[in-house]
Write a protein that binds this ligand. Structure first.
Ligand code: SAH
Ligand code: TYD
Ligand code: ZN
Length: 411
């Protein structure tokens, strides 16, 4: 049997993973390149499947973590005012609850530029961030946050426990889903967490991805797509229990999962409610995920047809937001500079580079405004409210937005 046809093995329970969507050869989603870089680009096969045993949705091929998270990792969490407000709120809620005692200590994995821990630091509460990507870790340090430039895993977590004592909270935002080695993570959390502590993580929600056909949430860094069902199973596998869930509007729809050691806390009614919702939607059934895959093909066809028509009409089309997500869209749909002349992005680390795979130039927002294009393809659709509020002049100038989530439309 050819290697790619052998079922992948579930990274949670070792069951068989059945592939339901193949997004083809893809570059690393955050590997923005210098325009004159002629070194060979790294590609891998992006396909996603579901475990027949524990239902976890996951990639079938893993990219080595050092290829993704290194000194020049360009994603800065503080680039969105909505996300800054979101994480200040997360911090304030922890400060008012789990971290209200005198010995309070919180550890965050994937603290990035300190967008959440900055508020914890201002409150004078003990904290430590794990952040393997050098430049963003330095940005966190620059705002006074304590950071280890290291991957969170069993050994690094145990070291912190020995040196600094137990944590009341271990937190991770948009990071647990990046980690294809949950066994090591749970061993680390178990070593670090106080007996009644909580392990809280928030990530893109499978239910939203399926409901909105937001297939661009699938890329190298997003190894898992969680649901309440699969997280409950994963927690139980490691002696933990899912005790609360909260749906979040950020990043196109996420869920915040709160885990405690089994039997330590009473699950809130929200857990049973979300599990029931998932059952009603058939979210754990492979058939539902195959239906999602068919919707993805339709969106690709509609988007490519629209962009080709606009090119034939001579319209000026650019894109907005050089997201990691957009690597999946451009490479799967074969959208290059001939269809979208550049991508506007506010992140200095991405500007004057080209996008992975399709090599679309990335320009600062000033290029978007001078002159405004006829159409802007909204790659950062998850930040639509913030962007629409800041770019009202674009519409007034006659410009139109193109979106592809949940369907392709011009507005
Ligand atoms: N929490 C931020 C950043 C999310 S991006 C936010 O929600 O905006 C994911 C981050 O996790 C990256 O900065 C990456 O370097 C980091 N990361 C990846 N693997 C990690 C690991 N094993 N331990 C700690 N951080 C990790
Ligand atoms: P985001 O959707 O947060 O994440 P990912 O890369 O994981 O898909 O990325 C948003 C990108 O859009 C980021 O590069 C910053 C950029 N951006 C702008 O250019 N202008 C804006 O107003 C906002 C909110 C983001
Ligand atoms: Zn499994």
């Amino acid at each position: 049997m050819p290697r790619e046809l052998a079922p992948a093995v579930c990274r949670v329970c070792e069951g068989n993973v059945h592939e339901f969507l193949d997004l083809g050869r893809q570059p690393l989603s955050d590997a923005f390149r210098a325009p004159d870089d002629d070194t060979e680009e790294f590609f891998y096969r992006l396909a996603v499947g579901q475990c027949e045993k524990c239902t976890m949705v996951q990639l079938t091929e893993e990219v080595p973590r050092e290829r993704m998270f290194h000194q020049d990792y360009p994603y800065h969490s503080s680039g969105s005012s909505v996300m800054r407000a979101h994480f200040a709120d997360v911090a304030r809620r922890f400060l008012a609850t789990e971290l209200s005692g005198p010995e309070a200590f919180i550890v965050e994995m994937g603290c990035n530029d300190g967008v959440m821990l900055g508020t914890i630091r201002e409150a004078g509460v003990r904290h430590l961030g794990f952040e393997p990507s050098g430049a963003v870790a330095e940005a966190a340090r620059a705002v006074g946050v304590r950071v280890r430039t290291a991957f969170f895993e069993d050994s690094t977590a145990a070291q912190v426990r020995a040196e600094e004592g137990p944590a009341q909270v271990v937190y991770a935002a948009n990071t647990m889903c990046h980690i294809p080695y949950p066994d090591s993570i749970f061993r680390g959390v178990d070593a670090l967490l106080a007996p009644d502590g909580v392990f809280v993580f928030e990530d893109p929600y499978l239910g939203d991805v399926v409901a909105k056909t937001s297939f661009d949430q699938i890329y190298d860094e997003h190894f898992f797509l969680f649901s309440a069902h699969s997280v409950q199973t994963m927690a139980a596998h490691h002696g933990f229990e899912l005790v609360d869930v909260e749906r979040l509007p950020v990043h196109g729809g996420e869920v915040r999962y709160t885990l405690a050691r089994a039997g330590r806390r009473t699950p809130t009614p929200a857990v049973a409610a979300l599990l029931a919702e998932e059952d009603a939607a058939g979210l754990s059934r492979l058939e539902t995920l195959r239906g999602f895959a068919a919707d993805v093909m339709r969106i690709r066809d509609d988007l490519v047809a629209l962009l080709r028509r606009l090119r034939a009409e001579g319209a000026r089309v650019v894109a907005y937001g050089a997201t990691a997500k957009s690597a999946t869209v451009t490479n799967f749909c074969d959208i290059g500079p001939e269809l979208v002349s550049f991508v506007s992005d506010s992140t200095p680390a991405k500007q004057h580079r080209v996008t992975p795979g399709k090599h679309i130039p990335v320009r600062p927002p000033a290029a978007f405004r001078d002159p405004y294009p006829d159409y802007a393809l909204l790659f950062a659709w998850n930040h639509a409210d913030e962007i629409m509020a800041n770019e009202q002049e674009f519409r007034r100038s006659g410009g139109k937005w193109i979106s592809y989530v949940p369907t392709v439309r011009v507005s």
